[in-house]
Write a protein that binds this ligand. Sequence first.
Ligand code: FES
Length: 350
Amino acid sequence: MYKFHKVKIKNIQQETNDAVIWTLDVPEYYKGTFIWHAGQHLTFKKMIDGEEIRRSYSILSATKSDEIKILIKKIVDGKFSQAAQSEYEIGQTIEVMPPTGHFSLSSQNDKTYAFFAAGSGITPIMSMIYEVLYNSNSQINLYYGNSTVESTLLKRQLTDLKDEFQQRLSISYFLSQEPIDIALFSGRIDKDKVNKIFDKELKNLDVVGYYLCGPGGMIDEVSKVLMENNVSSKIIHSEQFLSEGQVITDKQKTAKVDSGVMVTIDGVTSHYEIKEGEEKTLLDAALDAKIKMPYSCKAGVCATCRCKLREGQVEMINNYSLEDWELEKGYILSCQSIPKTKKISIDYDC
Ligand code: FES
């Protein structure tokens, strides 16, 4: 499951000045492996200047679509995203891991779904919108922030959906760097705006799930307002959007004890060690021991490295992706975990 596969780029389409959409040509014999839930992402790898770079991009296609599309926005100093805009051509091969990620949605009938997205955060949300519109009769309220109209990603696709599903899809656009007459929609999505939206619209609806994707600040503010308005945290789901290569912590990741780690992955169990004082997470030490564990962001955001802690204890430095129920069931992020006990056992197969 965690292997990389060679896949051709079937089409490259310019979405905005600094973003492209790739359509992938998944060979027939991989199609069973490349099935995804709305909201999941793909991890790509590329060698740049002798260094292996991995990056995750959310799938924006509908789950039953024949085509897998991803959107890559150019980031200043982002090695992969810059290469994606100019170096790759149609027909070229790229290495990609099958879909992963737990920020996903399966639609129910007769409900309302509320989505908050900012910038590139629209990509997993787009797949979720298709999921709800195509596979249920439920309603959608989308609140979507960008800096300008021109930089608004997937605007045409959203407009087409709005035309097709006028009664079921409501979209509110927010612009932070372009004047709008209506004050509520002028500026970024913040606490004050979410309070007003909740009061005016959401509190009267039977919302079965809130799905938030964007920068950490937006997610924190929206979640806080929802919880202050007695929305259960169980129905608030989020995925933080992290710029390519961005590291969001400088916290220490020093191992507290000598620890022997057993890891099971794709049915194979391996053993490796971490010495007290080493500046290594469970993932770092496994990669040093040449054990292939899945990862992408190494920042606690994408959850590609999510596994179950079967034995022992760890300290997680950051967690921007696992929800409370996953922590209660013993799931951890190996890229953020340092051992606290002499024996650790982790499992990727559950
Ligand atoms: S690799 Fe992304 S959360 Fe661990």
